[in-house]
Design a protein around this ligand. Structure first.
Ligand code: ATP
Ligand code: MG
Length: 991
């Protein structure tokens, strides 16, 4: 038996090895191994040679889930290269549209708009939306979000502007026909017409600007497959196996897409879609394709993202629209204790009869497979909010103390809304519990980032006293708060701006000498940066600023706080980089700040990406939504009171007209049901210990009642839910502020993935490994680096443009045009230097182009990524180019943009050997030739093909380097190592 099938229970086994062409539907509760089934099945199909990696399409709902799925498959599948189609629906569609957008008239250069950019687009073009009914009385800002939300929901339901307009038209016709239409009818028809037109205007704006929003990705993909059956057929043929995880959360449009790809031959007309321009159904009618193997897994009780709570809609549709669906239920749970499972199961029954268990007559009662019998489910009840939260921290400390094996990562506090964290955080700080607040928003409000934004704003407006005040408080300047108070007092007295006061610092007698020096320094920095910002790009400015302000030094420290700040600075930095990418005509700091200000007005507080698997060991404080799919030994839920959870129902500001809705909506109260599912998700995160806390007094005028869910779980007697007593069960402890060291805990994160470039960085300069690859600090670039990336990207784009038609080499001008757009004009010291590099680049293009013309290479891979297993590590890298020779053997080419060298160093030798090893894992044919191509002097330096022994030696030497890196991380040896090597080829000075 295949190793991949080991340990599976009989139902899982059936699912993983499912052979028939009938679609397989797996409905099962939380933690029953649904994702396990999907990932094992992928690995199994490859192992058994039933499919090549690129013949399997695995889709899921969130980036996080897709990442996790890919990681799990990566661990199971013994392959060197990653050629999988494992992604979210959105990324999948983006990939398809980048290839085939032109086939339906979309620019292949389309830009993707996130919700903030959508908002800005409407904001800038607001006059084009002729609103009367929805005319805003004040600022249009709130309307914009409501409109966008509405359009996005329409797209999820596959309602096109045309269909919306037709519906409006039908209402108008009814009125015309009616002898005496009533007032309400007329207003309603006008309202619908207005929205339909606004929707059309928005869609046109996107097209005119070559923009797509997220929902468009799915809809245009459906459009492409419907209008170009030849392209659909190509993908139907390619994806012999389609797997969908978290199926309960897929929206109507995504479901239609799955049906198209699976080659569904059955068609049922869905209500309200008769006028749709997106003719998915029409197309299926013609389809006679046999079904591809389709496996979908999901849990209706965990559906928390669906429009109006239509949690069972797609699952029921699937059963109805496909014939012979094989159905499997998994009931063995591998995560939680029986006590937790029973609690969750009994609770969710309240959603009947809208649940699948009732509708399909299946059994979803879960059986615990956990040997662990210890654990508890408990309600923590206190007198007031402060007491409640203190009780929670006390319990956490108690558990940590009595369970020696427990790590902080085993603890989570789940909240219904982000705002609850504000009350929890001070308590965790006071108790010295290391925690990570997993907020997905709020980057701009984090102290480190908000300080930086303040400083950037200050450069434009010196006299903005508020911003300067924040800057004076930077830790790095070490100015005493009393001294800042002296300065503000002086400014007030003399009616000066704070900046003017700062300029007079030398004459303020109450300021100490050292403060005066610091203030002068700050003034010089502001002057310097204001000057520089007119010549440099936003990225260059940002890096200069974090260096000059000494922030980079703060980030180099090995504490949890510094690790968190590094992550935040990195994310903000990426934002600036992204901005430059999207705004090639104006990359200035001013332009970035204008953009940022608009984002802030749009209500964006800054997205924060969070990966729970990396980062310091800490308790996680997060919303239930972000906890989906995660598991914790000790799970706490706070604020279990009426109105906080379940929340009060909020209706959409603009709702979709019923006749246009294609989803099957629940009969019961959709909002309450959704809140129940959310609570079910929260309960089922707990492995053994679950604590629900509440209190009577939240500071309002009336006492709070316990949550309805505490009643429905029977954890608090019903009478109490109606008459809160607020009886104190535990005495509220006072938490001592003893060990302040916790926040400063040392942070070490041993990586398991090493890129080839990180390994060679370490070998030449351990400090550059530390800063660039371990700490990932945003550091200054170099002309040669900008140039190297420009050239590589140019060749990649160019080669890709004729990969499918190798005999049709485009004109040299095409290559030059690509170079023009790909040229990164950053980090050059002056214009002259930039021009020199640019011209050299043109020569390089010519060299390669001539070679293309004469030798007509058969390119097989371009910028091919690989990942290789080496002991417990993964080695990743990217090969510039691989060609086929006449015998289909492989020729490896590595472009070098520097001058050729007489003596090669070890890295150079190893690089091609590593590529040879990578190709031996994936490609069927061996490498016959490999060389470095020094483009500047057009020298090709061939490297000998390595023998198996030499490859083995290479592996050993890589492992040796990794061991050294790990040593350096564990014992802080980077600086020492760096000194030993000598600094002659190092970009970094010693700290
Ligand atoms: P969710 O409902 O949260 O999406 P799921 O049904 O997708 O959960 P998985 O994440 O696949 O469940 O599995 C939950 C846990 O159970 C994982 O830690 C997984 O490794 C473990 N598990 C799954 N199947 C088995 C098995 N047959 N034997 C042992 N452990 C298993
Ligand atoms: Mg799962």
């Amino acid at each position: 038996m295949s190793k991949l099938l080991e340990g599976l229970n009989p139902e899982q086994l059936k699912a993983v090895t499912h052979k028939s062409q009938n679609p397989l539907l797996i409905i099962a509760g939380a933690g029953t191994g649904k994702t396990t089934v999907i990932t094992r099945r992928i690995a199994y199909l490859i192992e058994q040679n039933l499919a090549q990696p690129d013949e399997i399409l695995a889709l899921t709902f969130t980036e996080k889930a897709a990442g996790e799925m890919e990681e799990r498959v990566d661990q199971l599948a013994p392959l060197g290269m990653t050629d999988f189609w494992i992604s979210t629906f959105h990324s999948f569609c983006q990939r398809i549209l980048e290839r085939h957008g032109l086939d339906i008239g979309l620019s292949h250069n389309f830009k993707l708009l996130d919700d903030i950019k959508q908002w800005i687009l409407i904001h800038k073009n607001f006059e084009q939306f002729q609103l009367d009914y929805y005319k805003p009385l004040g600022s249009p800002n709130r309307f914009i979000s409501a409109l966008l939300d509405h359009f996005s929901k329409c797209k999820d339901e596959l309602i096109s502007p045309k269909e919306y307009l037709n519906y409006a038209e039908s209402l108008n016709q009814k009125i015309t026909k009616s002898k005496n239409p009533d007032e309400d009818q007329i207003t309603e028809a006008q309202r619908i017409t207005e929205i339909a037109k606004a929707y059309q205007t928005y869609q046109q704006l996107l097209l005119d600007n070559e923009y797509l929003d997220f929902a468009d990705l799915i809809n245009y993909c459906i459009d492409l497959f419907s209008r170009r059956p030849n392209i659909l057929k190509q993908y139907q043929k390619q994806f012999k196996y389609i797997l969908v995880d978290e199926f309960q959360d897929t929206n109507y449009a995504q479901y239609e897409l799955i049906k198209l790809l699976a080659g569904n031959s059955i068609n049922k007309k869905t209500k309200g879609n008769s006028n749709s321009s997106i003719s998915a159904q029409k197309n299926q009618k013609k389809s006679t394709k046999p079904l591809n193997s389709l496996v979908v897994v999901g849990d209706d009780d965990q559906s928390i993202y669906k429009f109006r709570g239509a949690s069972v809609s797609n699952i029921l549709k699937l059963k109805e629209e496909f014939t012979k669906v094989t159905q499997i239920t998994l009931i063995q749970n591998y995560r939680s204790s029986q006590e937790v499972l029973d609690l969750a199961y009994n609770f969710i029954q309240a959603n009947n009869p809208d649940r699948l268990e009732t509708k399909l007559g299946i059994n979803k009662r879960l059986i615990a497979n956990l040997n662990e019998t210890q654990g508890e489910v408990k309600v923590l009840e206190a007198n007031d909010l402060s007491g409640e939260l203190t009780m929670v921290t006390k319990k956490i400390l108690e558990l940590k103390k009595s369970h020696k094996e427990a790590s902080w990562n085993d603890f989570a506090i789940l909240i219904r809304a982000n705002s609850a964290a504000e009350e929890m955080i001070p308590k965790l700080d006071a108790a010295n519990i290391p925690y990570t607040f997993v907020a997905h928003r709020g980057l701009f409000k984090k102290p480190m980032i908000s300080n930086l934004i303040n400083y950037l704003q200050l450069l434009d407006q010196y006299h903005e006293s508020q911003a300067l005040y924040q800057v004076l408080n930077f830790k790095h300047f070490a100015i005493e708060p009393e001294q800042i108070a002296v300065l503000s007092h002086y400014a007030k007295k003399k009616t000066l701006s704070l900046y003017q006061a700062l300029l007079n610092a030398d004459q303020i007698p109450d300021l100490t000498k050292s403060t005066q020096t610091q203030l002068n320094k700050i003034d010089q920095l502001i002057q310097l940066h204001s000057q520089q910002k007119n010549q440099k790009t936003a990225v260059e400015m940002f890096i200069a600023i974090i260096n000059d302000l000494g922030i980079i030094e703060e980030l180099k420290v090995d504490t949890i706080e510094a690790a968190e700040n590094r992550e935040l600075v990195d994310q903000f930095f990426k934002k600036i980089e992204k901005f430059e990418e999207d705004s090639p005509s104006d990359k200035s700091l001013n332009a970035f700040m204008q953009h940022l200000n608009l984002e802030i007005i749009a209500g964006n507080s800054g997205e924060i990406k969070f990966d729970p698997n990396i980062g310091p060991e800490s308790l996680k404080l997060m919303t239930i939504h972000s906890a989906k799919g995660l598991e914790f030994k000790y799970t706490f839920m706070i604020n279990m009171v009426d109105q906080r959870f379940p929340t009060r129902a909020k209706s959409d500001p603009i709702s979709i007209p019923e006749p246009l809705i294609k989803d099957i909506l629940p009969e019961g109260n959709a909002h309450l049901q959704e809140e129940r599912r959310l609570f079910y998700v929260a309960l089922t995160r707990a492995k053994t210990n679950l604590y629900l806390s509440w209190s009577k007094d939240y500071g309002g005028s009336r006492p709070k009642k316990p949550s309805l869910f505490l009643d429905e779980t029977k954890l608090v007697p019903s009478e109490k839910v109606n008459t809160a007593t607020g009886k104190v069960v535990f005495t509220t402890p006072t938490v001592k502020k003893e060990n302040q060291k916790t926040k400063k805990q040392i942070y070490k994160n041993i990586p398991s993935v090493f890129s080839f470039s990180s390994i060679s960085a370490f070998r030449t300069c351990p400090l550059s490994y530390k800063y660039e690859h371990y700490l990932k600090l945003p550091l200054p670039g170099a002309p040669s680096l900008s140039f190297g990336v420009s050239i590589h990207n140019t060749f990649q784009k160019f080669a890709q443009s004729f990969l499918d038609t190798p005999d049709l080499l485009p004109d040299f001008q095409v290559l030059q045009d690509i170079y023009e757009t790909e040229f990164i004009d950053e980090w050059y010291n002056d214009k002259q230097e930039k021009t020199k590099y640019y011209q050299e680049g043109i020569k390089m293009l010519k060299t390669v182009y001539d070679d293309f013309t004469i030798n007509k290479p058969q390119i097989k891979y371009i910028e091919q990524k690989f990942s290789l297993k080496l002991k417990d590590y993964t080695i990743t890298g990217r090969i510039d180019r691989v060609d086929n020779d006449q015998n289909q053997n492989l020729i490896v080419v590595d472009y070098k943009t520097g001058k050729s060298k007489k003596t090669k160093n070890k890295q150079d030798v190893d690089q091609l050997k590593l590529y040879q090893w990578a190709l031996s894992e994936l490609a069927e044919h061996p490498v016959s030739q490999m060389y470095y191509w020094y483009l500047l002097d057009n020298q090709k330096q061939e490297e000998k093909i390595a023998s198996p022994e030499q490859i083995e030696q290479l592996q050993l030497s890589i492992l040796e380097t990794i061991d050294e890196i790990v040593e350096c991380i564990k014992y802080d040896l980077f600086e020492e190592k760096h000194q030993k090597l000598g600094q002659h080829f190092c970009r970094y000075q010693m700290v």
